[in-house]
Structure formats: C-alpha cells, structure tokens
Design a protein around this ligand. Structure first.
Ligand code: F6P
Length: 382
C-alpha cells in the first residue's frame, strides 16, 4: 500500500519532548513526500474528527518547544464498551473517513494499549511511540520526557535546601510517577535527598523516616529533604502500627482515572507524612535536644515536573523516535513501536511495549539510595 497521508496523535499526560517527536516525524515525512495531519486531544480527536493540517514550514524548530501542539487528553475509547473489537474497528473506520493511511500514536501504556488493540483486532496501520515522564514502560530503557522531569525535580530539591537550611526545616517533597519510583529515585539521588521513598519498597514510618531523622539530627544535621513518590506507601505493618491519620481504606478508596489507574496524587502522601511527623513528640524532643525546633513542610512538585522546554537529551531522543517511527511507516512495519535499548533505537511489538516496568530490587539505584541515606549520618556519628 502506498502511504500518502499519516495521522499523528498525542495522548495521556503531556510531557517534554512530544513536539520533538512530532517534528522528527514531520521532517522525514516531508522528505518522503507524505502529508501529515494532526489528530487533536488524543483519542478524543479521532472519535470526534478533530484534526489540523501539519505544514512543516510553519513549525521551524518545533523540537525545542515543550508541551504538544496537538493537545492531549486521557480519553479512553474502550471505557464502558462491551466489545473492544468493535471499538477498535470503529477507530480504524474513522481513519479511513479521514483518508489517513497510517497513524503514529505517541503515548504511555494507556494510549498505546488502544493502538495495540487497533492492530490486534483490526490490523490497523499503527505505530507507537513511548512517552511518559514516569519512565515506567517495559519496552524501552528510557521514555522521552523522563530526564527533563528528573532535572526539574532535582533542581527544585537543590533550591529547597537553601530555605530548608535557613529555617532548619524538614521538607517533604512529593514527586510524580504514579506507582513507579523512577522519577523520585533518580531526582532524589541526583539532589542528594536525605530520605528517598518509592512505591517499589513500601516504607516503615518508624524505621525509614523517624529513626533516620533522629540519627541525622544526632549526627549534627539541622535540615532534611525527604523525597517521596506520590505513589509511595507504608508497608502494611507500619500502616497499622505507626499511622494515626490514614488507614488501608484511605488508599483503597482513592478515585480512579478513565483507564482505571488510582489517582495517587489525591492521597497527598507528603501532607500525610508531615501530619504524622508533627504528631511525634519523641521526634520533636530529639530535635530540641540538638538545639533545633522541629518544623516540617510539604511541597508538591506536581505539574511543574512536566512543564517547560525539553532538555537536550529529550529533544534528541524525541527527534530520533519520530524519525524511526516514520521509517517504520515507510517500511510498513505496523503493530510495532520504537524503543531505546542502550543507545540504539530499536523496534518492538506494541504488545511488549505497553507492559509496565518498575525499579527492581537488584537495581544499583536501590543500593545507591540506601548508601546515600545511611553513610552520611553513620560517618558523622559521635
Ligand atoms: O503519567 C504521567 C503523570 O504525570 C503521572 O506522574 C501523574 O500521576 C499523572 O500523570 C498526573 O496526571 P494529570 O495531568 O491528569 O493530573
């Protein structure tokens, strides 16, 4: 089949580097004489025929700009549907109506699961491109957007140390990433956070937070930065024993998004931690014994982590992904997605790419985190 026109859509949360991918696709498409059409607001735009022409002459250096010119949404076409197959076929019919010969879907596991179903049930001409600041997609070593978000969170924690130092405070910094801890682990290590809590290792309030704070203050530290994932949660023993303000029910009852993911940010774990720490008289006493008034504040980095321009790594990865995705279209290798393995752009089946990944217990990042937290106070113990 000759490809004359391709559609591009961006779905899920926005992410630095989306425009870089779009530009990479457009560069190659222009060179190959193929027309590009933007489908607006993710899958919503395909359902509702919301499109714009993409003329490369109007978008010089698009790869340097944050966000997505195609807008985005978390529309899930399968929500409430009885047959996935029918929905997938309807989506392919929509592409036919728009005379789009192939589609490049740029998104995370949710957006790409729709792309995968279109290929599985309707043999659609679809290529996927992995996006998310969370870096939680199994098929690729890095998603674009991740390193920009790590840098933003790391900078925020670097900056917070001056105010933490001036007031001799404890700051609990809440970092995005849903149920995966990559953003918190990498930015926490990068900024030298004093305690790093990630979902992959459910924490004990007593052992991993309060004891460490006591040891640190006894070793002479007067301010402390705690980096916590929005999805970090206590282990069940600690939840029962140490927590006064929440219970298992609080976590179980969280609302969900259209794809069924619990909205972890609604828990506001950083505020919960501040509330719990403020209830601990023993902790306050330990601080006072060391001449420090115990003061604790929470900071939610939230959407600032997806804001602004992509860093150079993400600009280049985005362009490389876009170029590779367009090459797959030209080769007719549909049902696949592009991925970064080592420093090479590879092709993997969408069915593999949509699987989630988490930090594993044998990761050197786990060991680094534990050493970073422990050795600083141990080495200064009187
Ligand atoms: O998946 C990316 C992400 O930024 C998560 O880290 C976060 O939990 C979620 O999106 C926030 O989504 P929204 O922009 O819909 O609030």
């Amino acid at each position: 089949m000759t490809i004359k026109k391709i559609g591009i859509l961006t779905g899920g949360g926005d992410c630095p580097g989306l425009n870089s991918v779009i530009y990479g696709i457009m560069l190659k498409a222009y060179d190959a004489g193929i027309e590009c059409v933007g489908i607006l607001k993710g899958w919503k735009g395909l359902i509702e025929n919301l499109t714009i022409p993409l003329n490369i002459a109007e978008h010089d250096d698009l790869h340097t700009i944050g966000g997505t010119i195609l807008y985005t949404s978390r529309t899930n076409p399968f929500k409430g549907a009885e047959s996935k197959e029918e929905v997938a076929k309807d989506l392919v019919n929509k592409l036919d109506e728009l005379e789009i010969d192939a589609l490049i879907a740029i998104g995370g596991d949710d957006t790409l699961s729709v792309a995968e179903a279109m290929c599985k049930y309707a043999k659609a001409n679809v290529i996927g491109c992995p996006k998310t600041i969370d870096n939680d997609l199994a098929g690729t070593h890095y998603t674009f957007g991740f390193w920009s978000a790590v840098q933003l969170a790391s900078n925020a924690m670097d900056n917070l140390t001056t105010t933490a130092k001036s007031h001799q405070r404890v700051f609990v910094v809440e970092i995005m990433g849903r149920d995966a801890g990559f953003l918190t682990m990498y930015s926490g290590i990068s900024a030298g956070a004093d305690i790093i809590l990630v979902p992959e290792t459910p924490f004990s309030l007593e052992k991993d937070v309060i004891d460490v704070l006591k040891k640190r203050v006894n070793a002479g530290y007067k301010y402390h930065i705690i980096a916590t994932s929005e999805g970090a949660y206590p282990n069940s023993e600690s939840l029962k024993k140490d927590f006064k303000t929440i219970s298992k029910e609080t976590i179980d009852k969280l609302p969900k998004d259209t794809y069924g993911n619990p909205l972890l940010a609604k828990l506001n774990i950083s505020k919960i931690l501040v509330d719990e720490l403020n209830l601990r008289e023993d902790l306050k006493k330990e601080f006072q014994n060391n001449g420090v008034d115990f003061e604790c504040r929470s900071v939610v980095l939230g959407h600032t982590m997806r804001a602004g321009t992509p860093n150079s790594f993400d600009r280049i990865l985005g362009l490389r992904f876009g170029l590779a995705a367009m090459n797959l279209v030209l080769e007719g290798k549909f049902g696949n997605m592009v991925s970064l393995l080592g420093n090479k752009i590879e092709t993997i089946p969408l069915s593999e790419g949509v699987k989630k990944k988490y930090i594993t217990s044998d990761s050197d990042k786990m060991e680094l985190r534990d050493l970073l937290v422990k050795i600083r106070y141990l080495s200064k113990q009187k």
